[in-house]
Design a protein around this ligand. Structure first.
Ligand code: AMP
Ligand code: GLY
Length: 426
């Protein structure tokens, strides 16, 4: 079977690499892909948000499955358009994608279904939001209602910061229409866990837990980013916690989506904070995490196609997953200036040496071909590479991933040295 993967980052590189190894997959097409993906799949220059172009591509290529990487096309209705054309699609409908596309819908669903999450209030009016902040007298989290590319969340340390966040979102529209409504919620504390399940709308298959590192700098300092590195398995996530998350979060969420007539098909990523030993939901994402996918695909045992195809066809019965590598880690190498103003066009060198190291896969996140006569790739985005390695435990995965990071040369690049600190002994 020929398959199409939509997207062009390290998550899609990892998906293309893994699904391309399936004995049932004859060819992987990726739109738009990137130079790294081009080594494992055929890239076609159709944008990830060009819904019409993607449907036409899927029909023209007669693919048997489309896997949608990022959330934006799902919120735009790519899943519905592909299914209307008769193509099995891994990814939710536009209506079900609102679980990520609308923070208000997500919070209301959690409240109705009794799913543990921070207390919250919703505001359409900046004056009322500001009055609430002044009356609260404690730190608050300010979230823009709509998609803001992971940037519409401010964990405000004090009243002044919360007021500033409300002003910038609601009055200055720093995130456009996404800031027309804001959610103000209680600040939670504790380790964060990225938990993924794959659902066919009714059944689900749980994947291994992972942990991302959102802040730019070691010690969880500096600005929030799209994610600077991930590893799996994270020790704070015990089997007892997992059972609690399935019973109190995953099952009620999937049940509520079905009850609303918007069953969830695809990867449901539950962002959790473990506060005083109890899992609390920070957010839902309606797609795989990045860089979580890189570690999950690196650990995955055997053929991944049945999982993706089963969900897309609405029948995951008989599908189970296991983990070949006991641990994996992915360290993001970001461009100079990331996250505020990443510098593009710097040569990325040492990729072959890095990829030749044991257990290592170098996934490309934001690279572009160097302009002729130069060869190779240059930085083309904020996160440039997700350097990934497996190991017998998190320590070994870390040693291998960092050996590979050290083999890569990218001027001014930034990466964290402490990915997996909660699990490392050395
Ligand atoms: P979100 O996009 O909702 O995941 O938020 C981005 C980041 O903000 C999360 O990964 C958390 O680190 C942080 N965050 C979100 N909500 C809360 C909360 N209620 N309390 C503390 N931190 C939060
Ligand atoms: N790594 C966090 C995310 O994909 O949203």
């Amino acid at each position: 079977m020929k398959i199409l993967i939509v997207g062009g980052g390290a998550r899609e590189h990892a998906l293309a690499w893994k699904l391309g190894q399936s004995p049932s997959v004859s060819e992987v097409v990726v739109a738009p892909g990137n130079p790294g993906i081009g080594a494992v799949a055929r890239c076609v220059s159709v944008g990830a948000e060009d819904v019409e172009g993607l449907v036409a591509l899927a029909v023209r290529e007669a693919v048997g499955l489309v896997v949608v990487g990022p959330e934006a096309p799902l919120v735009m209705g790519l899943g519905d358009a592909l299914r209307a054309a008769g193509i099995p699609t891994f990814g939710p409908s536009r209506a079900a994608a609102q679980l990520e596309g609308s923070k208000v819908l997500a919070k209301e669903l959690m409240r109705e279904a009794g799913i543990p999450t921070a207390g919250f209030a919703v505001f359409d009016d900046a004056d009322a939001a500001e009055a609430f902040v002044r009356a609260a007298g404690r730190p608050l989290v300010v979230k823009a209602e709509g998609l803001a590319a992971g940037k519409g969340v401010v964990v405000a340390a004090d009243e002044a910061e919360a007021l500033e966040a409300v002003r910038s979102m609601m009055r200055d529209r720093a995130f456009g229409a996404a800031g027309g409504r804001v959610v103000l919620e209680e600040v939670l504390t504790g380790p964060e866990i990225s938990y993924h399940v794959v659902s066919d709308g009714v059944r689900y298959v749980a994947l291994a837990a992972a942990q991302d590192h959102k802040r730019l700098l070691d010690g969880d300092l500096g600005p929030n980013t799209g994610g600077m590195g991930a590893y799996s398995p994270p020790p704070p996530f015990t089997p007892a916690l997992e059972a609690e998350v399935l019973a109190r979060v995953v099952e009620p969420t999937l049940e509520a989506m079905r009850a609303r007539g918007t069953p969830f098909v695809g990867a449901l990523f539950v962002g959790l904070m473990i506060q005083d030993g109890r899992p609390m939901v920070l957010e839902y994402n309606v797609r795989f995490g990045d860089p979580e996918t890189e570690v999950l695909m690196a650990r995955f045992a055997g053929d991944a196609l049945p999982l993706f195809l089963g969900a897309a066809r609405g029948d995951l019965s008989g599908v189970s997953v296991s983990w070949e590598a006991p641990a994996a880690m992915s360290v993001v190498v970001a461009a100079a200036g990331y996250p505020s103003s990443p510098r593009k066009g710097d040569p990325v060198e040492g990729l072959e040496a890095a990829a030749a190291l044991p257990g290592v896969q170098v996934f490309h996140a934001g690279t572009t071909p160097a302009a002729a006569p130069a060869t190779g790739v240059v930085s083309g985005g904020g996160r440039v590479l997700a350097v990934t390695a497996t190991g017998a435990d998190v320590d070994e995965a870390a040693e291998r991933a960092y050996a590979a990071v050290d083999a890569v040369r990218l001027e001014g690049s930034q990466h964290r040295r402490d990915i997996g600190w909660q699990a490392r002994r050395r």
